[in-house]
Design a protein around this ligand. Structure first.
Ligand code: FES
Length: 201
């Protein structure tokens, strides 16, 4: 199993930078530049593009590419990426990230019972990825869906109020889905940024 919070590998040296953005990603970044007043302001959407382009993981190489393309320092971009929990910077996540809200409303409605059940079913702890690389489970703060407590988030979908039976069905369904919910979520957020950019013109 892979433990979140392990020491991050170092940033690649400038002469070892391997740029990996697709033509589509470069065009998206160019479109964002036309809206925001500075390249610094493009860091957040730029990181979402990178999270999609790098298979759901903001590795040091991914962060270095964003810094390079936006003419910012590595430290500045890494500081942003590691501040927000929506970005995946600790290690390569599983194909499906299951986020368990344990904030007040969910806590009162049995969030830790749900977390315990998930841990037992998958054989990993919160913050870990299953050895087959299919699931990462992650504890998060309020998902702003308190009316559905206890609630899980998978990609851009909420599941709640969730029961143990729902989890059994969810895991069975996700195991058979080849596409990565982590990558899909990153792409959805990039598209929202681009739509907002168009509307604001
Ligand atoms: S407390 Fe869980 S969604 Fe708000």
């Amino acid at each position: 199993m892979i433990q979140l919070g392990a020491q991050r590998p170092k940033a690649p040296a400038p002469d070892q930078l391997e740029l990996r953005f697709s033509d589509k990603a470069i065009a998206e970044l160019d479109a964002l530049r036309t809206h925001y007043p500075t390249e610094k302001a493009c860091i957040l959407p730029g990181l979402w593009i990178a999270q999609r382009e790098y298979d759901g993981y903001l590795s040091p190489a991914a962060i270095a590419e964003v810094a390079h393309r936006l003419h910012r320092s590595y430290a500045e971009v890494e500081g942003v990426a590691t501040f927000y929990s929506m970005y995946t910077t600790a290690h390569q996540p599983g194909r499906h990230m299951i986020e368990v809200c344990t904030c007040l409303s969910c806590h009162m409605c049995g969030a830790y019972r749900i977390a315990d059940y998930l841990e037992a079913k998958l054989g990993v702890k919160l913050g870990e990825t299953t050895p087959d690389g299919v699931f990462t489970i992650h504890e998060v703060e309020c998902l702003d869906a308190c009316d559905r407590a206890p609630v899980l988030q998978v990609g851009d979908q909420y599941v709640g109020p969730v029961t143990e039976a729902d989890i059994d069905a969810l895991l069975d369904r996700l195991r058979n889905e080849d596409s990565s919910a982590v990558v899909q979520l990153a792409d959805s957020i990039v598209q929202v940024h681009l739509r907002d950019t168009e509307r604001a013109k």
